[in-house]
Design a protein around this ligand. Structure first.
Ligand code: BGC
Length: 368
């Protein structure tokens, strides 16, 4: 219950900030320095822990190597751990506890379940460790010092808008038949993505431009447990069988690329015409799919920049400087407002892929 409140707070605050700013981005604030939790600095070769969730999408796979190399280059001892797929929460709890025991000065956490780390981050704080939530906010605890992420509410808004734009480009007039998917309910980001998308889509559902043929619009119905492709594929199979005999499906809101490809596979297997499908993460296979005209859109949240920003925070802490943040008001985790550094996500379709990935050596060649 409480978790829901915390998430709602994040989303409402995000929406309010958007209204206040009167523009489409709320991360444009002038970077400020935050005073919460800063230590007096520590030795340059200190241990820095990085606890990542299971490898549910390519961004997490990339983050591990980038942290290992980036921390080493900056002169720190990095301890980068992933949660396993079978018991991610328990694995991560143990890994964080062990990083505290080993004397880490900073622990960066991409939470497997942001609502289940209270005792571990408390142990970290009690030992004088600075805790940084990476990509996913850690909820319902005072013991998280900073949050570094792409603007996830904005990600959702971009996905919702891309879905509308893609369908309109294919068929000028609605009504459009759509289905909605969201991420895993244990990931605090899932509700933020969904709320961002629904901010764009709900008015169009209300005025009849969009029709969710299955009627499944509640996040409990749209969720994809564990962010697993097979769960999205099974749900799409069921939705198609139950609702789309003789009916065209125009679009699907998918929260990320892994699920987008599973949804596309389901539609293909059902022998139906491909709908507009959104995504997120700029995974290699999805960029190929976009260039081939199958998946419609993805989001570029360049993991290199997010890891770089996280390591900047660690450097500031090491030097005993104030940590730079650019949003100190929107990220209420249920117990405190967590000072955040947000990066801007970018929507990518076939039309702007070459430009969007111009400086990405892996993705740029795919857009030629
Ligand atoms: C990340 C997404 C990712 C998803 C599944 C989310 O918390 O923000 O980029 O697709 O987790 O791994």
């Amino acid at each position: 219950m409480f978790r829901k409140t915390a998430l709602a707070t994040v989303a409402i605050a995000a929406a309010a900030a958007l209204t206040l700013a009167g523009c489409s981005s709320r991360d444009a604030g002038t970077p400020s320095s935050s005073s919460s939790g800063d230590a007096a600095g520590f030795a340059k070769d200190s241990l820095i822990g990085v606890a990542l969730p299971a490898k549910t999408s390519e961004n997490w796979v990339l983050a591990g190597d980038l942290f290992t190399n980036g921390l080493k280059e900056a002169g720190f001892k990095g301890d980068v751990q992933y949660a396993g797929a079978s018991s991610p929460v328990q694995d991560q709890q143990n890994q964080i506890q062990s990083m505290v025991t080993k004397g880490a000065k900073v622990i960066i956490i991409g939470a497997a379940d942001g609502s289940q780390l209270g005792p571990q981050v408390k142990a970290a704080k009690d030992a004088g460790v600075t805790v940084i939530a990476y990509d996913r906010l850690i909820l319902n605890t005072e013991d998280v010092d900073y949050y570094v992420a792409y603007d996830n509410f904005k990600v959702g808004e971009l996905q919702g808008q891309a879905l509308l734009d893609g369908m309109k480009a294919k068929k000028a007039e609605g009504p459009y038949n759509i289905e909605l998917f969201s991420g895993s309910s244990d990931d605090a980001n899932s509700a933020v993505f969904f709320d961002g998308a629904m901010k764009v889509l709900q008015p169009k559902i209300d005025d009849g431009t969009l029709k969710v043929v299955s009627g499944q619009t509640d996040i409990k119905q749209t969720a994809t447990a564990g962010w697993k492709a097979e769960n999205a594929q099974n749900r799409m199979d069921t939705l198609l069988a139950a609702n789309y005999a003789g009916t065209e499906l125009d679009g699907v809101l998918s929260p990320n690329d892994t699920l987008a490809r599973a949804i596309i596979a389901s539609v293909k297997a059902a022998g139906k015409q491909l709908p507009i499908v959104t995504g997120q993460d700029s995974e290699v296979e999805s960029v190929k799919s976009i260039m081939a005209g199958e998946q419609y859109s993805t989001i570029n949240k360049d993991t290199r920049n997010l890891v770089k920003q996280s390591i900047e925070m660690v450097k500031e802490l090491q030097e005993g400087k104030k940590v730079t943040t650019n949003n100190d008001k929107d990220y209420d985790n249920g117990k405190k407002i967590v000072p955040a550094y947000l990066l801007p996500p970018v929507i990518v379709t076939k039309a702007n892929a070459a430009e969007a990935y111009a400086n990405d050596p892996t993705l740029a060649p795919l857009t030629k």
